[in-house]
Design a protein around this ligand. Structure first.
Ligand code: KG4
Ligand code: ZN
Length: 342
């Protein structure tokens, strides 16, 4: 079965084609740069940009998959992100997907964005099997999920305020990095000279003393603000602050992952979502699982951030179990609790 996946929940337009037995045939992504100037995603601009990109990206993936444009008939089903996300942005991809499916007389399938993120690890590491624990850390969500089977997910801990990616972006903005600043802030942190690290005291790790799996990052963000205001606000201060912020986030997430593995008895840990591209976090979790006789599964960095491959793949899994949209409606949802899938 050959599935076209369409992602348009926020500021990335991404399409991909996945074929059972063969794997990923093609993927293409357009990352909108128009928002940097505003310091965050402007929903209306995001929707307009998606509309412009969807057809050219479809042509790209059809060509790259070695299917000629007229061979779009070779697609057996179309999966699209139906939520959670920006409602206008979701509507562009969903309307495109449903219209195409209707015209081709093929099934369409509404997918949950976070489920696609969580399953993306299997694209890079097919040996991953259920049950597993997932740490999902993106721009809008930070959650611990117990995944027992396809479509069966339970949230066992989550952030009480900011998502991890959001905190990275806000601290990035504080020190003068354009939105989205997560990856650039991580690069500063990774390149911080040791001599500068010593000039700034470690940041507190939020909620680690408290039992349980909840997370919180707004206090850490405020701590970064005070540290920045006390500093000379120069390049050295930028390096040191990026380092201490990333260090506190990673220590916290690593400790909570260890606790979550021990509480659930699960032995497989999946790292998913945009912050999963963070190299220092990947290394820290790899070390922790090794010490705890568990295994770590992480998508390739390009499939941690929003992408079409995860949608095509999750679509393939669900279509294979006979799931598909039952009517021509466009069921997008800005908010969509993960557990509602079960
Ligand atoms: O999953 P994603 O692409 O979109 C959402 O569904 O939110 O995640 C985007 C988030 C942004 O906040 C971005 O700054 C962050 O992931 N991010 C990173 C890194 N790469 C992306 N944060 C820390 N380190 C990175 N290397
Ligand atoms: Zn995402």
């Amino acid at each position: 079965m050959r599935v076209l996946g369409i992602e348009s929940s926020c500021d990335e337009t991404a399409l991909a084609i996945y074929e059972g037995g063969k794997g990923l045939l093609a993927h293409a992504l357009y990352s909108q740069s128009t928002h940097a100037h505003f310091g965050g995603v402007v929903p209306e601009l995001a929707s307009r940009d998606h509309v412009k990109q969807l057809v050219p990206l479809l042509q790209t993936v059809l060509q790259d998959a070695k299917l000629s444009c007229s061979a779009i008939d070779a697609i057996d089903g179309i999966a699209y992100t139906a939520g959670p996300g920006l409602i206008g942005a979701l509507l562009t991809g969903a309307c495109f997907a449903k219209s195409l499916a209707f015209a081709l007389n093929k099934p369409a399938l509404a997918l949950h964005h976070l489920e696609a993120h969580v399953l993306a690890a299997q694209l890079s590491m097919p040996e991953l099997s259920f049950p597993f624990l997932a740490l999902l850390v993106s721009g809008g969500h930070s959650q611990f999920i117990r995944a027992t089977a396809l479509g069966q997910y339970e949230i066992i801990g989550e952030t009480l305020d900011d998502a991890v990616g959001e905190a990275f972006d806000k601290v990035g903005k504080l020190i003068g990095i354009d939105y989205p600043g997560g990856a650039k802030l991580a690069k500063l942190a990774d390149g911080c000279p040791q001599a500068l690290v010593k000039q700034l005291a470690p940041f507190p790790c939020p909620l680690i003393e408290r039992p349980g799996l909840d997370l919180s990052f707004s206090g850490l963000k405020t701590h970064a603000l005070y540290a920045w205001n006390k500093s000379k606000k120069d390049d050295n201060a930028r390096y040191a602050l990026a380092y201490r912020f990333q260090e506190a986030v990673i220590k916290t997430l690593t400790l909570k992952c260890k606790r979550a593995l021990s509480q659930t008895g699960l032995k497989r840990l999946v790292l998913a979502g945009g912050v999963g591209a963070n190299l220092a976090l990947r290394l820290s979790l790899a070390e922790m699982v090794e010490q705890n006789e568990a295994s770590l599964f992480i998508p390739d960095p390009i499939f941690c951030t929003d992408n079409g491959a995860m949608v095509a793949y999750a679509g393939f899994l669900h279509f294979s179990q006979g799931k598909k949209d039952s009517d021509l409606g466009i069921p997008v949802k800005a908010r969509w609790p993960f557990e509602a899938l079960a």
